[in-house]
Ligand binder design. Structure first.
Ligand code: NAP
Ligand code: ZN
Length: 335
């Protein structure tokens, strides 16, 4: 039986409808998911554009999926038909290596990404390894849960690892990831500052959890914040003035990158040594982290603010992300 999906036919092109065949048999640990909705992460845009030189076409993006399990392989134990589950960026790993044993599955050499070299979630059905399909807590509506599966875990990982309650945390870029970071950091007890190039986001950033809002192009306001932050989290897609951002970090503080800025970082060594500062990066989070993050979101009211459009309006939704107009995550409604 065939089903509908949307694919980019070549780098940078608009998506077109295509038909795919459902497999007649599933692998022993696989589940087939009837997709209810799928968030549009900026990584999907990087993939459509082949920014990372790993894309192959036709490319069906989508890695923030929530849906219902309709079939499962013979050895699947953790979920059953009818369960509402979410799948994020990673949909399989070896589950046997050192990294997998440590709960750091994203570092596994056999990491499989949900929509790289295989069809992603801008589609009616998705296949995934059941061990990477996470039950969604009842308190979370599907549209506001889907973006947690990639955007949510990507900011929850460094915040839960590096931010202590009462720490001063800055979030650069109030987009899909950033608006979730504000909510998580606030719920963790931090003093939260939103840094944005979009002054129009101030009221919503504060409603989402920011104590302070700073327009990052305001040089005077930025200078006044030198040596202020325990943790600054960059979620932006662009290259920034990294030495300037590092100057806002206080001693023993950290500039943490999760946004896929394309360029290099060059900072004076003595800014790190003398200031005893750290620059680091992370990708998504492991399976245990995703479960914790979903439970935390359910308990503390962390919800993606979703702008929902039907699957067949995917190009409009992608265009809104490209133009930085999404408030704050475009989510495709599939069923
Ligand atoms: P998004 O929704 O498009 O948000 C990015 C935000 O960055 C924008 O809303 C904007 O915020 C800011 N921004 C955009 N262009 C900028 C520029 N030229 N200068 C300064 N700020 C700019 O994207 P997203 O889905 O949150 O993803 C953000 C990045 O994280 C992407 O590169 C994505 O690939 C990456 N990512 C990484 C991981 C990981 O595992 N590490 C996981 C998911 C995504 P303001 O309007 O507030 O300035
Ligand atoms: Zn993503």
């Amino acid at each position: 039986m065939s089903f509908r999906a949307y694919a980019a036919p070549a780098a940078g092109k608009e998506l077109e409808p295509i038909q795919l065949e459902r497999p007649s048999e599933l692998g022993p640990f696989d589940v087939e998911i009837l997709v209810e909705c799928c968030g549009i992460c900026h990584s999907d845009i990087h993939l459509i554009d082949n920014d990372w030189r790993i894309s192959s076409y036709p490319l069906i993006p989508g890695h923030e999926v929530v849906g219902k399990i309709v079939r499962k392989g013979a050895l699947v134990q953790n979920v059953k038909e009818g369960d509402r589950v979410g799948v994020g960026w990673q949909c399989a790993s070896c589950l046997a290596c050192e990294w997998c044993e440590r709960g750091e599955e994203p570092a596994c050499d056999h990491h499989v990404a949900t929509c790289v070299g295989r069809p992603g979630g801008y589609a009616e059905y998705l296949l995934a390894d059941s061990r990477f399909a996470f039950p969604i807590p009842e308190a979370l509506p599907s549209e506001s849960a889907a973006p947690l599966l990639c955007g949510g875990i990507t900011v929850f990982t460094p915040l839960s690892r590096f931010a202590s309650p009462s720490d001063r945390v800055g979030v650069i870029g109030i987009g899909g990831l950033g608006h979730l970071a504000l909510q998580f950091a606030r719920a963790m007890g931090c003093e939260v500052t939103a840094f944005s190039t979009s002054p129009s986001k101030e009221a919503e950033a504060k409603r989402l959890g920011a104590h302070h809002f700073v327009v990052s192009t305001d040089e005077k306001a930025m200078k006044a914040l030198a040596n202020s932050f325990d943790l600054i989290l960059s979620t932006v897609t662009a290259d920034l003035n990294w030495p300037m951002w590092l100057s806002l970090v206080r001693k023993h503080g950290r500039l943490q990158l999760v946004g896929a800025s394309p360029g290099n970082i060059s900072v004076p060594v003595m800014q790190l040594v003398g200031g005893q500062k750290t620059i680091s990066g992370t990708i998504i989070g492991g399976r245990a982290g995703i479960r914790k993050m979903l439970a935390f979101a359910a308990r503390h009211g962390v919800r993606a603010q979703a702008e929902v459009l039907p699957l067949d309006r995917v190009n409009e939704a992608v265009a809104r992300v490209r133009a930085n107009q999404a408030r704050y995550r475009m989510v495709l409604k599939v069923q």
